[in-house]
Design a protein. Sequence first.
Lengths: 116, 148
Amino acid sequence: MTHSSFLQDELKISEQLDGDKAILKLNGALSVTTVPYFRQSVQPYLERGLGVIVLDFEGVTKIVSRGVGAAIDMAVQAKKQGTKLRLEKIGKYSRSLYIQGVHLVADVPELEGFEP
Amino acid sequence: MSDKSLKLKISIPPVEGIEDIPIVAVELLAQKMGFDANKVQDIVQALTEACVNSILYSTTEDDIEVLVTALHGSLVLEVRDHGPGFNPDEVPSPDFDLISQIGVKNGGFGIHMIKSLVDEVEIESSPNGTTIRMSTFLKNSDLNPVAS
């Protein structure tokens, strides 16, 4: 059966390039519906051999564990290619990201010294 | 708040995005009960995971039921679906060493996250469906300074 509906979540990603650093601003939901788009959108930046990729979470309105899992996969791939993946402005999602261990593979300044 | 329990029942069809409706209702209720912002977010996140899993694994068009019971000092959320069920004892804990090397690949850690976010979790599952019951207790440390 299909689970899709007109209520489906949306995610928009805008980019800002600054030398060997890409800032990707996420706006909307990081949900099951949008995770494939999230992966597809970030993949080209992972393949560019950039120094740093920043995922800016300020505009994220909802997050699910699959979305966090996708960010972890990106961080693992980035690390293998010598790129640093940084998550910024995670705000209220700090605890969820911490529980899934994102800080173990990605650079997450807000989780340095974080106590859940 | 009086000692009498307050009960809500919200039925949602198994379609993506509809989970926001019970989630918003529960978020407001948790705020009104006096949970602080961090605890409200924990409750919201746990309910999000439970609802999304129920929608994702639904094999019929039967509604998913979200039952909310607010007691003096506790909030109990139940999500009941009609999916094929699973064995909760077979859901592995995340192996962070392995994940650091190969990533997650598929899925996330919904059950692990839920267990980490609320105080008590009970899961009843059979081939006819799954009920996940999540309880959060209002402790003095969780009180919203404004509400208290």
